[in-house]
Design a protein around this ligand. Structure first.
Ligand code: ATP
Length: 418
């Protein structure tokens, strides 16, 4: 085991966390020491401090019982337990501002390839050996016997220096194929290289079809991280790596050919769609719209039917779309859920229409209101509806611009000049 001295003040400076987190870590450090339990930071924070990068998540691990430590800490510090999982982990919110992951040191056992592991309390050594890559298996001790020390059991420090992505053992991706996807993200994020062991682990997992056994929901979750955890600018490289390693194929997805303009639409989708729609859109970004692939990506029966119905429908009306009025086209496109609309916008033949619809057409609405029409003496809802629709059509086709023009148009409709 390699041991590297690293002072708490230097570590915390490198960690760049808000004061609420600093305070929590300090108090946890004091109490875990008093209780004689080994407390440490693992994975991302240690790696990122050594790389001089801002860390995204803090994993605080205890070789002991969080329950008793938390009950003591709750007398001194305000926090809220957001969740507690079967895997001996807690999510904690500090001041509703920052979320901390509290993990119990554990060992894992995979009953079959790509299954979820069976988890049990373990030693810090077992906890290190259950991890994905050597660079993620470094720990920093907050309490004795390894206070203020970085521990390296797996040559993680050397791999971090050399910039290498190395799984801890050759069956790593058989146990958990999501690790191969994680490896791609770290390789690209840090501009590292894959090791021979990485490629070997990939081949071994493919050989026994472990990738095919990964559940749809875990696969979808893993792919989502490419779009939500990594920088947008890194995506072309990330996707090229996925392709070079044939990972999408290995998990049983039908890949789509991605063109450079697709990334512009992706950026726009990130800005414009809510997180639920964006998450669905990115699942579709990589793939062809076809039954097996959609099923593999955890789309429900209802969602699959909807996606395939619209894709088919648009294919059928493709040639006659130009014959429809703009209003008819708008009313058609308005029925399509935004995540799917963006996905259909990736198809070359739809690109322009959908862009025009999203940026412009869908926002064109009459300035004259239903109330104003009522004030003019129109009582019936249906008539009001059809006048507003006419107004929208005129506006869409550029014949009306100002509200005065709309009013004049309405007056003319109601009281036509003979
Ligand atoms: P980042 O959040 O910056 O992507 P991280 O290392 O914090 O990196 P998390 O996904 O938060 O990544 O996971 C925390 C740690 O848990 C990892 O560093 C790794 O040691 C371990 N880990 C996460 N997922 C797996 C997995 N599928 N198999 C083995 N270990 C894992």
């Amino acid at each position: 085991m390699k041991v590297l001295n690293y002072s708490w003040s230097d570590f915390i400076e490198g960690l760049k966390v808000p004061s609420v987190v600093f305070e929590f870590l300090n108090r946890a450090k004091v109490w875990a020491t008093k209780m004689g339990q080994f407390l440490y930071l693992a994975g991302g924070p240690v790696r990122d401090v050594l790389l001089g990068r801002q860390t995204q998540d803090i994993d605080l691990v205890l070789e002991g019982s969080w329950e008793s430590l938390l009950s003591t800490l709750s007398k001194e510090i305000e926090f809220k337990i957001i969740s507690k999982s079967q895997f001996l982990t807690y999510k904690l919110s500090l001041n509703s501002l920052y979320v901390l992951d509290l993990v119990t040191a554990r060992k894992e056992f995979y009953p079959s390839p790509a299954s979820l592991p069976v988890v049990a309390r373990g030693s810090f050594i077992e906890d290190i050996h259950r991890r994905d890559f050597t660079i993620n298996a470094l720990i920093y001790g907050l309490t004795p016997p390894y206070e203020d020390k970085i521990l390296d059991l797996v040559e993680g420090l050397s791999d971090l220096k050399k910039g290498l992505i190395r799984p801890l053992h050759q069956n790593s991706f058989i146990d958990d194929p999501t690790r191969a996807f994680r490896g791609v993200r770290y390789k690209v994020r840090f501009n590292f290289s894959y090791t021979e062991e990485f490629n070997k682990a990939l081949e071994l997992a493919a050989k026994i079809s472990s990738f095919k056994k990964l559940s749809p929901s875990r696969l979808a979750q893993e792919l989502k991280l490419f779009f939500t955890k990594e920088a947008m600018e890194a995506l072309p490289t990330l996707l090229r790596d996925l392709q070079n390693l044939r990972l999408l194929q290995r998990v049983g997805l039908k890949e789509r050919r991605i063109k450079s303009s697709d990334f512009n639409l992706l950026r726009k989708a990130k800005e414009e769609l809510d997180s639920k729609n964006f998450e669905k859109f990115v699942r579709l970004f990589l793939v062809e719209l076809e039954e097996t692939t959609l099923k593999r990506l955890a789309f429900s029966d209802r969602e699959r039917a909807l996606i395939l119905k619209w894709a088919q429908f648009l294919r059928e009306v493709e040639s006659s779309l130009q014959d429809l009025s703009i209003l008819e086209r708008v009313e058609l496109l308005e029925k399509i859920p935004p995540f799917l609309l963006f996905r259909l916008g990736l198809e070359e033949k739809w690109e322009d229409t959908i862009e025009l619809f999203w940026d412009h057409w869908r926002k064109v609405k009459p300035a004259v209101t239903g109330e104003e029409l009522k004030a003019l003496g129109i009582k019936e809802g249906k008539v009001i509806g059809s006048i507003l629709k006419r107004l929208r059509q005129e506006k869409l086709e550029g014949r009306l611009t100002t509200i005065e023009e709309e009013r004049a148009f309405v007056r003319n409709l109601i009281f036509p000049k003979s």
